[in-house]
Design a binder for this molecule. Sequence first.
Ligand code: MG
Length: 279
Amino acid sequence: MQALGNMEIGVLFWAGDDAAATVREQKSLGVRCGQMLVPGEMPLDGAAALWKAALQAENFTLQTVFCAYIGEDYADIPTVERTVGFIPAATRAAREARTLAVSDFARELGVGGLGAHIGFVPEDTGHPNYVAVRDLVRRICDHAARNQQTFALETGQEPAPVLRHFLRDVDRPNLGINFDPANMILYGTGDPIEALGILGAHVISVHAKDGDWPPKGSPEALGTEKPLGQGAVGMERFIDTLKKVGFKGQLNIEREVPDHAERLRDIAMGVKLLEKLRG
Ligand code: MG
């Protein structure tokens, strides 16, 4: 895989059923790098050889492989709390095993980054969920380290100081965050640019995503994701702050919208916007 430039633009995409077609489509957006989300139900047996060949054929570099899990639902905030990441106790052990398997899959692809949404980390550090998830994240970090990988937590569900405390408490050198500025807005967690100042030292990778705040007076609702540059993040301010905190990685455009053509159109537009903003 080729070396990537400072603030090179990439894309976050789901691993589709056809590896070659999936990678070709990302390449057609005018990028040569990105991060891949692995659906919880994707069989991993024999998958690495297919994906490795597909990535090599397009000379496409993956920085991160993200785990998603069967049964997750992002409908609204209580549903996220109930279903996402390692917080739900009933699926915790199965999801831990899946994460280790995805780490091994990524190692076979030569990818040095593993990532996941771990769910809402409780602010109460004595809460049984807090203790269990902290210990689980330590085990994942140790497994990832044996695979020469970092482990990045997707941000946005908890305020920056809570997340910073959690990172320090887990206390593993290969643990960091995948900073997503839009999630902070969608979950109503706080100003993302301020959060980036607090969490800057822990940033491994970033998503370039935009969105609007949740409607006022609806504490359970999530905000609305928007095409890059059309939401409340302030992309110019985001890029400037990344430069200030010394971020040297890639800008991975994330756009989750049901209509496939709309997604591709919005990403292509996002590539142009980021090219202009990063200078
Ligand atoms: Mg994201």
